[in-house]
Design a protein around this ligand. Sequence first.
Ligand SMILES: [Zn+2]
Ligand SMILES: [Zn+2]
Length: 344
Amino acid sequence: MRAVVFERYGEPAEVRDVPDPEPAPHGVVVRVGATGLCRSDWHGWQGHDPDIALPHVPGHELAGTVEAVGGLVTRWRPGDRVTVPFVCACGRCASCAAGDQQVCERQTQPGFTHWGSFAQYVALDHADVNLVAVADELSFATAASLGCRFATAYRAVVARGRVAPGEWVAVHGCGGVGLSAVMIAAAAGARVVAVDLSPGALDLARTFGAARCVDASAVRDPAAAVRDLTGGGAHLSLDALGSPVTCAASVDSLRRRGRHVQVGLLPVDPAVPMARVIGLELELLGSHGMPAHAYPPMLESVRAGVLRPDLLVTSTIPLDEAPDALAAMGGSPGAGVTVIDPWR
Ligand SMILES: [Zn+2]
Ligand SMILES: [Zn+2]
């Protein structure tokens, strides 16, 4: 099969022929229909993820068709249309038993712990625990975004952030996950303030339901701007980018007893204004994807047209363009979501 491979961190990846994967006894091989390009892929390529062994194939948000199944798999067969959370859980540890597969103690992650989906085929572990059926009317390009950024944003806003109608929600960083969060929070009845350096990203955020926008390149203190716009601060704020600056700005955006959810990965631990966390009784929450069993309410909102992840996909590129697109993820996140079609 053809795949995007890198031999060294931070050096150009290339498309080459590699052996097709085989399914584990509990796993499947999926023929990749589409795979999203995510900032986590860039972090992995830069060497920020200790799980990665070289040479490596990135890619962790995908949708496609089951090609082959291992002997222990009971719920899936070749031809099934599927997607998968980026955390593939073991199904047996204490966290899995508690329903918290997103923090499984023996998780695997395609594109991190093993070769990922910037390829024509990808192996996925513990298929009965982790695969999610994709309806025929949902395109692979749209479904691919559900595996990482959209599901992550959904769980961050709804389950971890406990968004409520009428609340102010600040979203710092309006790349793929941030725009998803804007759409999800607005659909939940919240009033959203979008914060980004890019006017293009803010235009998209407005399209997806942001009530207010803060151009972080034009104001001295974006958090103060959020507090002004929201009458004292957001109830819920997300760092959807993952940088020391946006993390601190998100915490500083909150009103008393507000909730910060860290969604974007941070290459280094940031300085968090902890005096403010104590004095205002703020909550600091992490969010790490979403387990397969929690997908049905989100999928129902997608089916009903309340949530429109299809609108987030702004371009589809062939595999040959993926290495350059991966390198470009290190800059300021482009507006919208790029999806790779590995068969083009
Ligand atoms: Zn991702
Ligand atoms: Zn587990």
